[in-house]
Design a protein around this ligand. Structure first.
Ligand SMILES: [Fe+2]
Length: 158
């Protein structure tokens, strides 16, 4: 594979691990505020991000390239409200989408069609990620304080 492209995938897989930690911090914020459903929902989000990282790692390994694990800044642990958490999350996912789009553009330019096919999964996943957070934001905005508790009950089912 093209060396610059391998480096770009390494950056992305590390960003997926960083994303996992962003949601792990949020999961624990909800635990501290006794919102069990949100806690559960974000725990699943955390695990999904680790799966995204794992998929990139498996891909590089299967193509005979090296995975390079790196460190990153501490995530945000304190928030003013549930709405703030959801808005930070949506913005984070928009950033991920931008980065996946850039990887796709690179794969196309390199005519690396195996990578184009591989990255398609992530493009679809990002549509879902952004839709999930947009929906939660709308529900919180419409619901009020009682709505939040009802939502907490529903999110426990993810
Ligand atoms: Fe992800």
């Amino acid at each position: 594979m093209d060396k610059k492209f391998v480096e770009a995938i390494n950056v992305q897989l590390n960003f997926e691990i960083e994303s996992a930690h962003v949601y792990l911090a949020m999961q624990n914020y909800f635990a501290a505020h006794s919102l069990k459903g949100f806690e559960h929902w974000f725990q699943i989000q955390f695990r999904e991000e680790l799966e995204h990282a794992q998929k990139f790692m498996d891909y590089l390994n299967s193509r005979g390239e090296r995975v390079d694990i790196r460190g990153f800044a501490s995530p945000k642990n304190e928030f003013a409200s549930v709405l703030e958490i959801l808005e930070v999350s949506l913005n984070h996912e928009k950033e991920v989408t931008k980065r996946i789009n850039n990887l796709m553009a690179m794969a196309i330019e390199l005519k690396d069609y195996a990578s184009v096919s591989f990255l398609n999964w992530y493009l679809n996943e990002q549509v879902e990620e952004e839709a999930n957070f947009s929906e939660l934001i709308e529900k919180v905005k419409m619901g009020g304080p009682n709505g939040l508790l009802m939502m907490d009950h529903q999110l426990a089912k993810r």
